[in-house]
Design a protein around this ligand. Sequence first.
Ligand SMILES: NC(=O)c1ccc[n+]([C@@H]2O[C@H](COP(=O)([O-])OP(=O)(O)OC[C@H]3O[C@@H](n4cnc5c(N)ncnc54)[C@H](OP(=O)(O)O)[C@@H]3O)[C@@H](O)[C@H]2O)c1
Length: 268
Amino acid sequence: MPPLDVLLPAPRRIDPDRREEALAALYAYPASGRGPVMVRANMVASVDGAAWGADHRSGSINDDADWRVFRVLRALADVVVVGAGTARAEGYTALDRPRGLDHLRDAPLELALVSRTGSVPAALVAADRPPFLLTGRAGADAARAVLPADRVLVADDDGAVDLAGALAALARRGLTRVLAEGGPTLLGALLRDDLVDELCVTTSPTVVGRGPGRIVAGSDPDRPGGRAGRPGPAHPHGARLAHLLHGPQDRPGSPAGTTLARWLVPLG
Ligand SMILES: NC(=O)c1ccc[n+]([C@@H]2O[C@H](COP(=O)([O-])OP(=O)(O)OC[C@H]3O[C@@H](n4cnc5c(N)ncnc54)[C@H](OP(=O)(O)O)[C@@H]3O)[C@@H](O)[C@H]2O)c1
C-alpha cells in the first residue's frame, strides 16, 4: 500500500499501516448528522471525468491509493448501498469487513442493493448472508421470490423507490452508517433527494477520453420534481472540503498524483 500525504487541513504523511488507525480517524463518521442516517458516497473518476474505463468497470481507473481508502471506508460503515447496475457490472458478491480491519467495527458489514425491478444477481441470491434489496412496489414480488422476506425492504413513492424511506428502513435495523458506492444513477437519485451528507471523490491519474459517463447520471423524466421538489436538471449548491489526500508516485514512470477529497455536502 502507498503512503498518503494529507495536503489539507494540515500537511503530514500517513504511512502504510496494517491497522489504518490514522486513516480511520480522518474518515470517522460524525457522532450525529442531519438525521439518524449518515450517507457517505465514495466514487472514483479519471482526470477527464470518466466513471469507468474501457472494460466498463471502475477498477480499471483506480489504483492502490484509492484502494487503501476504499478499504477503510468499508471498514467504518454499517452497510454498503449500491445500485443493482453496479452490482451486476462489478460482480458484487457478499461483503465482509476488509481483511485485517475488523477491529475498526465489529458488526458484520451488510450490503443493500437498490433496484426498481427487484432483480438480484445470482451470486448474491446464493450468498450465505443475502443482501438487503431496497425496492418499490414494482420490484417487491420479484425480490421476494429469491430473497428471504426480511431482506426485502419496500419503500414506494408513486411507483419509484423511495430512497429516504429505504434508508429509514435500514436505520430501523441499526444500519445508520451508510456507504454508497454508486453507481452514477443511484448517486444522481441520492443527490436529487438531498440524501448525501458526504461525497468522497478520488481523482485517478488517468485520462480516458470519450465514451464513459461521469459519476452522476439520470434525469428522471418521469419524476421531474423528485422528493425535494426540484427540477430534473442539476441544481448546483456549495460543498465544503473536509480534507484532501494525495498519493505520491510509487514507481518511477508510473502515473502519479492521485487525489482523494472528502467533501461535506450541505442540504441544498
Ligand atoms: N466511478 C465509480 O466510482 C463507480 C462506482 C460504481 C459504479 N461505477 C460504474 O458505473 C456503471 C454502472 O452505472 P449505473 O448508473 O447503471 O449504475 P447503478 O446506479 O448502480 O445502476 C443502475 C440500476 O440500479 C438500480 N437503481 C439505481 N438507482 C435507482 C433508484 N433511484 N431507484 C430504483 N432503482 C435504482 C436500477 O436497477 P434495476 O434495473 O434492477 O431496476 C438501475 O437500472 C458501471 O460501469 C460501473 O462500473 C463507477
